[in-house]
Design a protein around this ligand. Structure first.
Ligand code: NAP
Length: 230
């Protein structure tokens, strides 16, 4: 069991639907948080809501090369960290022939390259017993047509997390790869390209966040889509 009370965690993408729900749930468990997002207004509003549990906030664009390092530097400004939850990401829809280079680059940068760069910057400051949580997605297990590049970006993140779990075990750092099914955060209504398909009602973000925080506390090694009961 991992006791989250008084731990200091970095939540990246805290301004998103899942990131905000995870932040609230982690604070309920007693964690102190550094919140990272891109939208400064949403970041300030969440920090006000969570009050004294917020150690710091940092606004950064993770798609630029220095973005992840800037987030890492802000998170460790006052000492070590006990973990990071990477909940930033973007989605795009459409067949391969309609996938332009900018969309492809942004999908890979946000969903795969940025968490790799972030973990590389954070590693020297992660305390033994730390947890690294990556929000991959069900499409890493079951890639979908019309979402090939998004599916591949998530499969890359899941592969990276599996290798990191083995690489960091001796440092007593745990990597939790999370692959939630469709969740009702509105992500699919904000694609960086393409038109969303008709999707059924997604899972409740608070329920998904609760399941993820329970997995962190229970030292689970992986959270497949089947763990969400969808
Ligand atoms: N919702 C689902 O159905 C679902 C299912 C499985 C996995 N996931 C994954 O879970 C993660 C969170 O998804 P969500 O549903 O919470 O989406 P969301 O509500 O749209 O949140 C996305 C987050 O990513 C941040 N972000 C996007 N582009 C950024 C950039 N260039 N620089 C820095 N931050 C950036 C956003 O920041 P700002 O708001 O501050 O701009 C926001 O915090 C994603 O990786 C997604 O793929 C979602």
């Amino acid at each position: 069991m991992t006791d989250l009370r008084d731990t200091h965690l970095l939540v990246v993408g805290a301004t998103g639907g899942l990131g905000a729900a995870l932040s609230r749930r982690l604070v309920q468990e007693g964690a102190r948080l550094t919140l990272a997002g891109r939208n400064e207004d949403k970041l300030s509003a969440l920090a006000r809501e969570l009050g004294e549990a917020v150690v710091a906030t940092v606004a950064a664009d993770l798609s630029v090369p220095d973005g992840p390092a800037a987030v890492a530097a802000a998170a460790v400004a006052d000492g070590g960290l006990d973990g990071v939850v990477y909940a930033a990401g973007v989605v795009a829809f459409g067949p391969l022939g309609e996938l332009d280079d900018d969309t492809f680059d942004e999908l890979l940068l946000l969903n795969f390259v940025a968490p790799v760069r972030l973990l590389r910057s954070l590693l020297p400051q992660l305390n033994p017993g730390s947890v690294v949580v990556h929000l991959s997605a069900v499409v890493a297990e079951t890639p979908m047509k019309g979402m090939a590049a998004y599916s591949a970006s998530k499969a890359a993140l899941t592969g990276f997390g599996t290798a990191m779990a083995a690489e960091l075990r001796r440092q007593k750092i745990r990597v939790l790869d999370v692959r939630p099914p469709h969740t009702q955060t509105g992500l699919h209504t904000r694609p960086i390209s393409g038109t969303p398909p008709n999707l059924p009602e997604g899972l409740n973000p608070d329920a998904v966040a609760s399941r993820i925080v329970a997995a962190i506390a229970d030292d689970e090694a992986s959270l497949p889509s089947s763990a969400f009961g969808a």
